[in-house]
Design a protein around this ligand. Structure first.
Ligand code: ADP
Length: 263
């Protein structure tokens, strides 16, 4: 973005002419956009769970309820509190990554273990979706276990969130290439419009449709995934079509044990 304005030139009190000034404000516009997005996302994402928590705690305090109702409302409060925790940890992660404070602790890890643990956690939380895993049990990656878990957690969370109940989510790992491993997370959910794909991994970006608005979110999950994939020397990309579902693919460098031992 270029901003243009006229500046009058005065010398010893006499007007000598007019200067046209061109300023590249691309960076500033982006910072402004991020600030606006941050304020609106945070206020919306804080307000929605807080409203539910206030509502349910009032019901619990002032009404005499059957024990199963009490359980149900406590469950809702717990869920909304987790949503708040999620928001805060996403914001902190983004801030840490931006300031370069996110330290990675790389070591050889069994990819199958990381994926099966993450899948088990999601399967436990959502019995309405069928999650499957295809991965060679001996395959190693050189990575930070916590960060990789966070990456797959975000992808699985989205696959479930943007799919109707009964949806299938398939995680497949292929390593036929000489030097890379591909991990794909495929869902049969609402899909992503072509026009959104180029902005999908930007911070705070959310697809502007009624489904995404209803579901809620911060637009930070995929930006974090991209940072983590790139932090491992890899990349992320998506294939999707509206109504058919989405496949997110992470490409990571293959781990060659001898290389690491000799270095
Ligand atoms: P959010 O917190 O909004 O889910 P993300 O950064 O994880 O943020 O995702 C950005 C946007 O990409 C989402 O708002 C949603 O519109 C879209 N999206 C992400 N994953 C999927 C998916 N599996 N299916 C459909 N849309 C998705």
């Amino acid at each position: 973005f270029i901003q243009m304005y006229a500046e009058k030139i005065h010398l010893r009190g006499t007007r000598h002419g007019t200067m046209l000034v061109f300023r590249d404000v691309t960076q500033e516009t982006e910072v402004d956009r991020l600030k606006t997005e941050l304020v609106s996302t945070v206020s919306h994402e804080l307000r929605t769970p807080l409203t539910s928590i206030i509502g349910f705690t009032e019901l619990l305090r002032y009404r005499s309820l059957q024990p199963d109702r009490v359980d149900q409302y406590l469950g809702m409060i717990h869920q909304e509190t987790l949503r708040l925790e999620d928001l805060i940890s996403n914001l902190l992660d983004v801030q840490r990554m931006e300031s370069g404070q996110q330290a990675y602790e790389y070591q050889p890890e069994r990819l199958h273990d990381i994926l099966s643990e993450t899948i088990a956690l999601h399967q436990g939380a959502s019995q309405h979706h069928a999650l499957t895993l295809e991965c060679d049990t001996n395959l190693l990656v050189y990575g930070d276990r916590n960060r990789l878990s966070q990456l797959f957690t975000n992808l699985l969370h989205n696959a479930i969130k943007y799919s109707p109940d009964g949806g299938k989510v398939a995680v497949c790992v292929t390593h036929d290439q000489a030097d890379t491993i591909e991990i794909s997370v495929q869902d049969k959910g609402i899909g992503i419009p072509e026009s959104a794909i180029s902005k999908l991994f930007d911070k705070f970006y959310r697809v502007d449709n009624s489904a995404s608005r209803k579901i809620g979110g911060t637009g930070l999950g995929l930006a974090i995934c991209k940072e983590i994939a790139e932090g491992h020397g890899g990349s992320i990309h998506v294939d999707s079509s509206v109504g058919d579902g989405s496949t997110f693919t992470i490409t990571l460098p293959k781990y060659v044990a001898e290389d690491k031992m000799s270095s």
